[in-house]
Design a protein around this ligand. Structure first.
Ligand code: 9WN
Length: 443
């Protein structure tokens, strides 16, 4: 890509970010995930947005994470949506969740959902720290001082409430918590549910995006049913652990948490805090992941259904997710590349890209256009790229960087892309695709 092309992609990405920014009172604000479809602040979207903003508007990067953490619960849980504004464009909104009324840990002055998402925020906080250190070291130090207790609470929440077997493998109670909502990874664990118990509702997402690209109505009924069951126990973790009918250890979320915990340790070290407890949390994953989430037979990683005690052997991008964690053997990282180079993961002529689809082309449920069931997502490819760089697989990382940039440049800044022709799908002008484009360009 020429310097001119790079510059035009950078300008385009900054324009998308600025376009999705929502001003709140007293110079605060947040990024909507896209111009349409998602009117509120989402959890991991905000982390990615802050990474992008850290390069060109540090005040907004800080405001983004501040706004998100204003929704953090007393018990450390960081909700998957924070409702800073009213909107009638999305279901379920605050009137469904009723978190203030139902759980004493929920914040009093802002509405939130009652479930979480992948915790990438220590990584984003570190990006901000690095930028600030170059220009204003005192502010950089203040930033970490201020964020550390919040991040510590967030990680403590996961290792305390979601690590049922002390393995560093975190349990999710709803596909929305994974961030990869519609992945076929969840199909078998959802199949036994009869989603009768749910409120009357009207989905609104398909007013903005072609229904062919979004989860089916049957999937939505299950999502709303599970959210209803979570609401019924007032989002109480202990009750969820005892009775909830969907409990899966998510290998992707756990790998992201592991990487984020590495950043939390770095932050603690800058602040001269004792890191023994955090290192203890982190060692759970390193010592257990091979035993608990790796299939010797397939030589791949899988999610684990807590209720049936089975590995979920579905061929998706999650099978190589521990590359992101930074904690698996370098040789194993290389061996996992052989998976990437199969026809299922665009290693052959069947795909137009070396970017990784969310679901393998060889999986029965693969659909190139359907939400998390095939499309290429920028954030997941970015996370794998970070994993490759951290494992010093320089050539592979370089190739992935080129693929990311040419996809964004040639096909625009979309929510996701068909792996067959990289046509953009879903929401246009998508925040995290823009934010991560900036990081890839600037790294
Ligand atoms: C439900 C906002 C979010 C992302 C998720 C993505 C999608 C919501 C939805 O959009 O989920 O949380 O309505 O489909 O799956 O990863 O955070 O961009």
């Amino acid at each position: 890509m020429t310097e001119k092309e790079k510059d035009s992609l950078l300008q385009e990405a900054m324009t998308v970010l600025r376009g999705n920014w929502v001003d709140l009172k007293a110079s605060t604000g947040f990024s909507k995930p896209a111009a349409h479809v998602y009117p509120y602040q989402w959890n991991w979207d905000a982390g990615f947005a802050a990474i992008g903003y850290s390069y060109f508007d540090i005040d907004r990067a800080i405001a983004e994470l501040d706004a998100l953490f204003s929704g953090q619960w007393e018990n450390g849980m960081l909700p998957h949506i924070v409702f800073h504004t009213e909107s009638h464009d999305y279901f379920p909104n605050q009137s469904f969740w009723q978190t203030k009324e139902r759980n004493e840990n929920a914040p009093r002055d802002v509405d939130t959902s009652g479930m979480t998402q992948p915790p990438i925020h220590a990584i984003a906080a570190w990006y901000i720290y690095q930028r600030l250190s170059q220009t204003d070291p005192a502010r950089a130090q203040d930033w970490l001082d201020r964020m550390y207790p919040k991040l510590h609470n967030l990680h403590d929440y996961f290792y305390r409430e979601r690590d049922q077997r002390n393995t560093g493998l975190m349990t999710i109670y709803h596909p929305w918590e994974s961030g990869l909502d519609n992945s076929p990874r969840w199909d078998k664990s959802l199949a036994h549910l009869s989603p009768k118990e749910r409120p009357e509702y009207t989905r609104l997402d398909t007013d903005f995006v072609d229904a062919r690209f979004r989860p089916t109505d049957a999937s939505y009924n299950i999502y709303v049913h599970l959210a209803e069951l979570m609401r019924k126990v007032n989002y109480n973790d202990q009750k969820l652990q005892n009775n909830h009918p969907f409990q899966v250890e998510d290998i992707m979320l756990s790998s992201i948490l592991h990487l984020a915990t590495t950043h939390l340790i770095k932050i603690a070290e800058v602040l001269n805090k004792d890191t023994a407890e955090i290192k203890g949390w982190q060692s759970r994953f390193s010592t257990s992941v091979m035993k608990e989430a790796f299939s010797q037979e397939d030589q791949l990683f899988y999610d684990h259904d807590v209720l049936t005690e089975e590995l979920i052997r579905i061929d998706t991008i999650a099978t190589i997710a521990p590359i992101i964690s930074g904690s698996i053997d370098k040789k194993l990282v290389r061996d996992l590349f052989s998976t990437l180079d199969t026809a299922g993961f665009c290693g052959s002529g069947t795909c137009q890209t070396s970017l990784l689809p969310s679901t393998s082309l060889s999986e029965e449920s693969f659909n190139p256009q359907l939400y998390w069931r095939g499309p290429v997502w920028i954030n997941i490819n970015w996370l794998i790229w970070i994993g490759l760089k951290n494992a010093n697989h320089t050539e592979r990382a370089k190739a992935m960087k080129q693929s990311l940039l040419s996809c964004l440049k040639e096909h625009g800044i979309w929510e996701y892309y068909s792996p067959e022709d990289l046509d953009g799908i879903g929401a246009q002008e998508f925040t995290w695709s823009a934010a991560l484009a900036i990081d890839v360009l600037e790294s």
